[in-house]
Every structure is written in C-alpha cells, then in structure tokens.
Design a protein around this ligand. Structure first.
Ligand code: NAD
Length: 228
C-alpha cells in the first residue's frame, strides 16, 4: 500500500492504522526525517519523494513493487494550502499549489495504474473545499479538480477492476491547520481528528462503490456527497 504525504497528519494516521491492520505500507513524502521516523515506528518503508514530479511518483511505485511485490491500494494524500491569493498573486506560488495537490494525483495514478488493474483501490485526499466554496481560492480549485478527476477516472476504470474514490475532510487537526487553529477555535469550528480520517479510509476500502467523494466531518461517519 502506497501513502503519499504519510509523514504527517492525515497520511501518518492512515499509515498507522493500515500498518496496525497488517497491511504492508510504503510512505512517500518530501519530509525525509519525519517520514523515516514514522516508517520506523510502524515497520513500514519510506521513500523520499516530491510528488509534484512524475519521476518521483514512478520511483515511489517502483519502490513499493520492489519491497512488497505488488500494489493493491494507493492513497494520494500529499497536499499544501494555497501559497498566495488574489491580493498577493504570484504565478509560481499558484502553480506550486496546483502541482502539489493536483499534478501529484495525476502522476501518482499514472504511475500506479498498471499495477492496480484487476484488483486495486485508489483514494485521493481532496477536501470539503473540493465540494463547496472556501476562503483559499487556488487550494479550492485544486481540490475541486481532484473531485472531477476521481469521478471521471472512476467511470473510465469501472471495467478494469479499479475503484477510485475521494476523501473530502472538513477541518482535521494536523500541522497543516496549525496556523489557523486559534482562529478556528474562536469561531467555534468543529475539527475532526486524523484518526477519524483513518476510520474513513477503512470505510472507503470496505465499500464497493467507486467514484464517490466521501465527506468527513467531525463526529460523523463518512458519507458520499450527492451530486445533481
Ligand atoms: P500535513 O501538513 O500534516 O501533511 C501533509 C504531508 O504532505 C506532509 O508530510 C508533507 O511533507 C507532505 N507533502 C507536502 N508536499 C509534498 C510534496 N510535494 N511531495 C511529497 N510530500 C509532500 O497536512 P494534512 O492536514 O495531513 O494534509 C493531508 C491532506 O489532507 C492534504 O492533501 C490536505 O489538503 C488534505 N486536507 C486537510 C485538511 C485539514 O484540515 N488538515 C482538510 C481537508 C483536506
């Protein structure tokens, strides 16, 4: 099982849960020291990767195949917030968000697909910001794009034995949220735990549906979003 962004937050919680269930996990992350630490704790493998690059996704998939002989689940989870907004727009900063959040899933699926045909499950971490408006426009754009990617890819792969689903969490208590934590607490926002995201991944893996955007809100079981 491949998990990108598995060195921290949601990805680390998924890795911990899956390793606990006896799955063979390979974490791919750009944070080498945290990634190695989490992998060592779990008896998992780690590969340093910048998943906004196609070659790094190919290397991560090759590492999983070489370590475990097969790939059955790929969780494309690495992501970052928007690096700029309309008031301080910088093309390179905008592209970094799109490359990290969207290109990573496109490249990851491209690299993993040949190994998943016939039996695989792909989960892409989008966000509630992929289903409705959000204060961070380029983050929201990348996450909406992931939902479109998942729904369309799921239809195309329905006959090939590969499930493709999106995880769309609301707020989750991870380092990504740290800069906004006080603000959110003051505003009384409910925040889910990374463990709840791991629960959601278990639900998605056990469910036979494909092409769903699974909404995860604090204190609730995940449920597929309804589309017109
Ligand atoms: P996090 O910052 O704790 O973890 C993100 C991980 O991704 C880190 O380990 C980081 O090193 C890795 N990463 C970032 N860029 C990378 C790159 N180019 N190549 C390889 N690894 C890279 O954040 P998190 O909250 O656990 O976020 C995980 C996913 O969940 C993201 O896609 C995020 O957008 C999404 N999400 C988070 C929340 C939330 O409230 N925390 C809500 C909805 C969706």
């Amino acid at each position: 099982m491949l998990i990108t962004g598995g060195a921290s937050g949601i990805g680390a919680a998924i890795a911990r849960r899956m390793a606990g269930k006896g799955r063979k996990v390979l974490i791919a992350d750009k944070d080498r020291s945290r990634g190695q630490e989490v992998a060592a704790e779990l008896g998992a493998r780690f590969v340093a990767a910048d998943v906004s690059r196609l070659e790094d996704n190919q290397a991560a998939v090759a590492a999983a195949i070489s370590a475990y002989g097969r790939l059955d689940v790929a969780v494309f989870n690495a992501g970052i917030p928007g690096q700029c907004g309309w008031h301080d727009f910088v093309p390179a900063a905008y592209h970094k968000t799109i490359a990290t959040n969207l290109d990573s899933a496109v490249y990851g699926i491209h690299a993993a697909l040949p190994h998943l045909r016939g039996h695989g499950s792909i989960i892409v971490t989008s966000s509630l910001a992929g289903l409705k408006e959000a204060p961070d426009p380029f983050y929201a754009a990348s996450k909406h794009a992931l939902v479109g990617l998942v729904r369309s890819t799921a239809t195309l792969l329905a006959g090939a034995g590969v499930k493709v689903n999106a995880l769309c969490p609301g707020l989750v208590d991870t380092p990504l949220l740290a800069p906004f934590r006080e603000l959110l607490a003051e505003a009384g926002h409910a925040v889910a735990t990374p463990d709840e995201a791991a629960d959601a991944v278990e639900t998605i893996l056990a469910d036979e549906r494909t092409g769903q955007a699974w909404v995860l809100l604090n204190g609730q079981p995940p449920y597929p979003a309804r589309f017109p």
